[in-house]
Design a protein around this ligand. Structure first.
Ligand code: IPE
Ligand code: IPE
Ligand code: MG
Length: 242
């Protein structure tokens, strides 16, 4: 914490919680036990984020491509995320955390899970200390496609002038239009890829990659990533100010 400049805390930190399967396999456990062990990592990270004063934290919990996994694992992940909400939402609420979800809610996500998501969002809607967003059945390309479809509908209905479609309009049609772009994206488990996460929003994010497997991730790893972020120079296509 001493390395951290409290005046330059990234307002929005996004995490790719990766490496649960490998963590479990190394211990001779089932992949699903790795997902279960990831819960402690998540709530340790949330605790550290609250202490640091991070206002927005977004975590990748299930991608639109994760449906390709074995049915047992997919089922586990659906149930697990549902039970995690049930077990943790009161605590998050008491801490002033607003919980939200981005991703496709229709189609394959079980109704019961959607119900829990909506309940939790309603319960915590007025909290402002931090917004914790779960990217669930989320894909960056799906999000952009969904936004474009909405805009196309508006054009077809005569509500939108096609000449006025611009970056701002697309951003307004994303899943969480009020969410600021992530300043920092952290990916665990030594994989150096984006895997369809926040494609539009991460255009100018700083990326920090760590070899730590997600279930081993702790608050100190978040602090280290923020320290790394603070050593970076963001230019947004411009030149360094002198
Ligand atoms: C990330 O861990 C969790 C989800 C994708 C739901 P993985 O399950 O991808 O773990 P590895 O990458 O196989 O080790
Ligand atoms: C990204 O991890 C998705 C989540 C962490 C939920 P994956 O493990 O699915 O990504 P790939 O397959 O390694 O690219
Ligand atoms: Mg993975």
């Amino acid at each position: 914490m001493q390395d951290i400049d409290p005046k330059r805390i990234p307002p929005h930190v996004a995490l790719v919680m990766d490496g649960n399967g490998r963590w479990a396999q190394r211990r001779g456990l089932k992949r699903t036990e790795g997902h279960a062990a990831g819960e402690e990592a998540l709530f340790d990270a949330v605790e550290a984020a609250l202490e640091l004063g991070i206002k927005w934290m977004t975590v990748y919990a299930f991608s639109t491509e994760n449906w390709r996994r074995p049915l047992d694992e997919v089922r586990f992940l659906m149930r697990f995320n549902e039970s995690l909400l049930l077990r943790r939402r009161d605590d998050l609420h008491e801490r002033g955390v607003r919980v939200r979800f981005i991703g496709r809610r229709n189609g394959r996500v079980p109704k019961r899970v959607v119900q829990r998501i909506e309940e939790t969002e309603q319960q915590t809607a007025r909290n402002r200390r931090m917004t914790l967003t779960f990217a669930f059945n989320y894909g960056g390309r799906a999000e952009i496609a969904d936004a474009v479809r909405e805009i196309a509908r508006g054009v077809a209905a005569g509500d939108i002038d096609p000449n006025r479609v611009d970056e701002k309009m697309i951003a307004r049609h994303l899943y969480a239009p009020d969410m600021p772009d992530p300043d920092l994206v952290i990916r665990t488990s030594g994989e150096y890829r984006v895997s369809n996460y926040l494609l539009w929003e991460s255009a100018y994010s700083e990326f920090v990659f760590t070899d730590v497997l997600w279930p081993d991730f702790r608050g100190k790893d978040l602090v280290a990533a923020v320290a790394e972020f603070q050593r970076r120079e963001r230019r947004f296509g411009g030149v360094e100010e002198t």
